[in-house]
Design a protein around this ligand. Structure first.
Ligand SMILES: [Zn+2]
Length: 181
């Protein structure tokens, strides 16, 4: 598919991710990357890549994920089967979810919808900590909540407390799926 070429923006840190995964996470995920689901199927591009950057309101800051620009209300799918660890509602991430899958935590920010009493709701979606989710489950919709200047999904992946470059994970998934594994 044509949009695989968009992942060039992550070249800088792809090397360190490969080392990290080979030394740990790869053993868990190795043969199963093809089971992963792209969190936003239809998107218009990456507006911000992993690593140091100038923030949306000026000033240099680390960026612990990638920003995937997509039309407001675009469906967001769970990357990997797991359990909702946290429902976020703050001024930075906005409305968001943390999902735990084995040694990985994946974070979704700037969602549309609402959070009340620890329950995230958007359309038919209703999620709270402890909910078990299959990969590919609809978990929310793209919004502009929190520190966001336009509709996009901020997607971060942490392994053993360390942020990975999600673009490199998407690349590995794409390669694995091309090989039909
Ligand atoms: Zn972001």
């Amino acid at each position: 598919m044509a949009h695989f070429t968009l992942w060039d923006c992550s070249k800088a840190s792809a090397g360190s991710l490969a080392v990290l995964l080979l030394s740990g996470g790869m053993a868990w995920a190795e043969a199963r990357w093809s089971q992963g689901v792209f969190p936003v199927a239809v998107f218009s591009g990456y507006t911000s890549h992993f690593g140091p950057r100038i923030g949306p309101f000026g000033g240099r800051e680390p960026h612990h994920g990638i920003d995937i620009a997509a039309p407001l209300g675009s469906p967001i799918r769970n990357w990997w089967g797991g359990v909702v660890q946290q429902v976020i509602n703050d001024g930075h991430c906005g409305l968001g979810l943390v999902i735990q899958s084995g040694p990985y935590e994946h974070v979704y920010c700037h969602l549309s919808g609402s959070v009340q009493g620890g329950v995230y709701r958007s359309g038919s979606v209703s999620l709270q900590a402890g909910n078990r989710l299959a990969s590919g489950t609809l978990i929310g919709h793209v919004g502009v909540s929190g520190r966001s200047t336009g509709p996009h999904l901020h997607w971060g992946v942490r392994y053993g407390g360390r942020w990975l470059n999600p673009a490199a994970i998407l690349r590995a998934m794409a390669a694995s799926q091309r090989q039909g594994r």
